[in-house]
Structures are given as C-alpha cells and as structure tokens.
Design a protein around this ligand. Structure first.
Ligand code: GLU
Length: 545
C-alpha cells in the first residue's frame, strides 16, 4: 500500500467516508440562472457592529434580489474565543433590520464545530494524495525557524526547503506519535515563488498577487480546521456561488484559490466589500471601537434610529445611484432597488452619522403622527420610562403634538432619532415644563417691564376659536398697542420709532410658553397646549422674571 495512504490511515483511522459521499449528499443547487448563493459567516466571538450589518445586508440583498439563497454559517472553530449567546444575538439583531436567513435545509449542519468529520474526510483525501502532511513542530521550533529566516533575510514561514516535515516518512510519523507529540496537518503547497496568480474580484476588479507558497495549517491540533480550509470545504459543499466577504480577506485569496484547486473544487466568484470608514478632519480612517460609538450595533437602538433609516442610508453607501433611484421612486420599498455588485465602491465606504440623521428626518417627516407615537412610545418604554408614562396617560394629546406642521406640503423635518424628541416636546408636559431648570432666555433688548406687559396683556387677547389669520391679526394689533411694529419691513425702515417688531412679541410668548427659542409654529403649538396652559404659563413666567 502506498505510504501516503498508510500515513492517512494512521492519523485519521476513523474516517471512512470519501469526498464523493459528500459531493452526492450536497448536490449543486437547483436555482434559476443568475441566482446567487451567499452567506453570512460570523465567528461567535463578539456582538454585532455596524460593519457586520453593512456586510450582511449586502449578502442578503444580492441573494434575494436574484432569487437565490442566503444562509448563516457559524464559524466556531476557535473555541477559546467563543462568547456565549452571540449567535442568538446576531440573529436577533439582524432581524431588527429585516435581514433573515433562509433555512437552507439539506446543506447543513451550518455550525462548523459540527462538521469535523466532513473536514477530516477532505484532509484524509489530501493526505492520501500526498498533498498534505502532518507537522510535529513545536511552537519553539517555529519561533527558531522564524529567527533563522530573519537572520538570513529570507521570507519567513513554513514553506519549500524550510518546511521540516514536508517529506516526513511513515516511520517518522509513527515514532512521533509514539512519543506523544502533537501535530497539525499542513497543505503541501504546489505554489511556486516566481509565479503570480490573477483573478477577478467583482468589486475590486482584476487582482494580481504572488502565488501562495506557504504550507499553511489546514487542521489544527484540536482536530478542527483553520478558517482557510473550512472556507474552501464549506463554501464548496454549501454551494456558495459568490463568496462576498470583508476586504480583510482579500490578501488570503491566493491561499483559498489554491485550496479549491488541490481539492478539485470549482472556484466560486469572489467579491471583497470595503471596510466602513469615517472622515476625521480631511483624512479617512476606519471606524474604531474605541473612538466611534456609532460602530456599536447597540448605539442605533439606544439612540433610537429607525432600522429602515439605517438601511436606507446603507443603500446610499452601497450604490451611489441609489439616491437618484429613491428620488424617482419615493414610495417604493427599498427591495425594488437592485444592488449592482459591480458598482460597490472598491475603496473604503464613508459612513457619516449626520447623513444618516438627515435621511431619517426625511423618513419620519412623511410618517403619520399616530405611527410616530407608537414607535416613540416603544422606544421610550425601553429607554425613557418617565416619558413613556406621559405618552400613555394621554395618547391623543401626544398625537396632536406630533401632528404640528405635519400634514402640509412641506412637513416639519425635526425628528431624526427618538432620543432627541424629549428635548423637542418636553414643554408640552406640565411636569417637565415646570421642572425644567434654567431661566427663560428672554432677549436682553427688552426690559423686564416690557416683557411682563406682553405676557400679562396677551392672556386677555388669546381666543381659542380664532383661526390662524384672525389670531395673527390680533397679535399684531396687540403688539401695536404696546409700541411694536406689525411689519418687520417697516420696522427696519425706522427702528427707533418702535420698541421692536411683531417677531419680538411672538418670541417673548414662545419663550414663556416653552422655555425654548426654536419651536414649531406658535399658533399650532398654542392650539395643542390649550387656553388653560397658555394662561397659567404666561402668568407664571411673568411672576418669575
Ligand atoms: N468567520 C469569518 C469572519 O468572521 C468569515 C469571513 C468570511 O465571510 O468568509 O471574519
């Protein structure tokens, strides 16, 4: 019997399956032409961040928009780094953004630690063919090798003439096993140092790199595969058509292509998506866990961003033509837009929180007040229980608040995220209005007496049944009796003739009623507050100054 086969049997005696077996039970998928099979393959070593969402969303869209399959594969071969609960958190998190996986029956298991026999079958196949071998080097030996290579100024690593166990014999294997030495299995790389590999990346274009010559580890001491090997075996058997993944894997692609070739697998198509970046002054940098809270997945939930606003913004980043499409199709679901993989920017994609907020404001501006109420209440129940209680005590009142300047041609674009709403509407609630610290920020140009005169006088002017025009005319007339010009234009022609203009009168009322200088339309706001509150607040403010 040939020596390679004997080594394979000695190392993996329990493996009796052959690659053909798996080739048959995981046949090519029966999908329409052009359908893409993509996957999201997280390592359960932490929780989701914005980069994972960006990536998963692209994979999901590419698969589903083409009538293909999008599946989840848990890459848990690094048992030491595993974090309990992260898989369910990933699934829950993505579901919030409407990203869900296909069941993918027939191609599992989709958890790598449950696929040990499959990997070992392919490892045994390579051992038998002499395309892989056991390596008994200790970490110290590898460290010595590295030092020696550095001294000699040659490339470091386990390759070619430096690969000590490349031609290990059956007798040596037996001896090392008797001595109880640990081993890994390495690929006997067929690569050559003077050859280059050229491949097409669907996002990055044509890529040329040196061929892989390293005898990389394919099976670790613990019997589980490395990322490289598991990628080749899984993406082949799970019949992934497009390996779409983060660009940090681009440099390893020569290894992967080599593995597909030695294993006799058809190569998949590759697309490496850019890392999310942000502008820092005039330069770009990667979003960082330490510096950028917006990288954390939880940030969006806590700040109260609508998931569809985040998705909408990600689409702007993914394909720059999305913006035009959205203008032409303002009411269509985003799923009607087809992501063009070739149009994804090949270099870092810039993420800008201000743009997200602006997009979110556009979306919320078009929503019904009752829907805003529901969503805001939902958020408050988790993050602002005091506000939630106010909202629930009188839902109609709150819906009226959200209705201010909403049903017009140009609805007010004031809400970008739920955590900002309290500051916008607190004054509608007496408890919050009266407990708000700080003075009224009245304009310094008017005296205390002038202000009091406006506040106490207006109590007798306001009439709830007035329409907007009558209300405004009365306000102007009231201002005039106190010496304020009813037209800003006329005031500007001769300012010294007046105490101020109508805008000043309105501002005094606005500040007294809300403790803010910028608010929605005064007339509409007073209508919601009601006559009682108006009177109470004007006299309260007048007493306080
Ligand atoms: N488990 C790898 C990671 O989390 C997956 C990379 C891939 O998509 O192939 O980075």
């Amino acid at each position: 019997m040939n020596e390679n086969k004997l080594i394979a049997d000695l190392l993996l005696p329990d493996i009796n399956t052959s690659p053909d077996y798996y080739e048959n039970i995981y046949p090519k998928r029966d999908l329409p032409k052009g359908a893409m099979v993509t996957r999201f393959a997280p390592s359960p070593t932490g929780f989701l961040h914005l980069g994972s969402l960006f990536a998963a969303f692209i994979y999901e869209r590419l698969a589903h928009q083409s009538g293909g399959t999008f599946y989840l594969r848990i890459e848990d071969t690094d048992k030491k780094r595993e974090v309990q609960g992260s898989t369910s958190e990933i699934i829950r998190g993505l579901k919030t953004y409407n990203i869900s996986f296909d069941e993918d029956a027939g191609y599992g298991p989709h958890i790598q630690s449950q696929r040990e026999t499959i990997y070992k079958t392919y490892v045994k196949f390579l051992l038998e063919k002499g395309l892989a071998y056991p390596c008994f080097c200790t970490l110290e030996e590898l460290e010595e090798l590295r030092k020696l290579q550095e001294d000699k100024k040659v490339n470091t690593g386990y390759y070619g003439p430096w690969a000590k166990h490349r031609n290990i014999t059956l007798e040596e294997v037996k001896q090392d096993l008797i001595e109880g030495k640990n081993y890994v299995i390495r690929l006997k790389s067929p690569g050559s140092p003077d050859k280059r590999i050229v491949f097409n990346d669907l996002i990055k274009g044509t890529i040329e790199m040196p061929e892989n010559i390293q005898d990389i580890v394919i099976l670790k001491t613990d019997g589980l595969p490395t990322y490289h090997f598991a990628h080749a075996v899984d993406d082949h058997l799970m019949r992934t058509t497009h390996v779409v993944r983060g660009e940090e894997w681009l440099s390893s692609t020569p290894i992967h292509l080599q593995l597909f070739d030695v294993l006799g697998f058809e190569r998949p198509k590759y697309a490496h998506i850019p890392t999310l970046m942000k502008m820092d002054g005039t330069s770009k940098r990667k979003l960082s866990k330490r510096k950028d809270p917006e990288l954390a997945f939880s940030f969006y939930e806590e700040e109260g961003y609508l998931p569809n606003a985040v998705i909408e913004y990600l689409l702007h980043i993914i394909n720059s033509n999305y913006e035009d499409w959205r203008k032409e199709n303002p009411l269509s679901p985003y799923t009607d837009f087809k992501i063009d993989i070739n149009k994804i920017s090949a270099t870092g994609a810039i993420f800008d929180l201000n743009k997200l907020t602006a997009i979110s404001k556009d979306i919320i501006a078009l929503m019904k007040s009752s829907d805003i109420y529901e969503l805001y209440l939902n958020w408050c129940e988790r993050y602002d229980t005091e506000m939630a209680a106010f909202l629930k005590a009188d839902s109609n009142y709150c819906i009226q608040i959200f209705n201010i300047e909403r049903n017009s041609e140009k609805p007010r674009k004031d809400i970008g995220k739920w955590s900002d709403v309290r500051e916008d509407i607190f004054f509608f609630y007496d408890d919050l209005y009266y407990s708000k610290n700080g003075d009224y920020n009245f304009p310094k140009a008017l005296s205390k007496y002038d202000i009091q005169e406006i506040l106490s006088g207006y109590i007798n002017v306001y009439c709830e049944s007035d329409n907007k025009e009558t209300w405004f005319n009365k306000l102007k007339a009231f201002g005039e009796t106190l010496g304020y010009c009813s037209s800003v234009k006329n005031f500007k022609k001769n300012p010294s003739a007046y105490k101020g203009h109508i805008g000043d009168v309105a501002m005094i009322l606005r500040i007294a009623l809300t403790k803010k200088t910028a608010t929605p339309d005064l007339y509409e706001m007073i209508k919601v507050l009601g006559t009682e509150r108006l009177k109470e607040r004007l006299s309260f403010a007048s007493r306080l100054i």
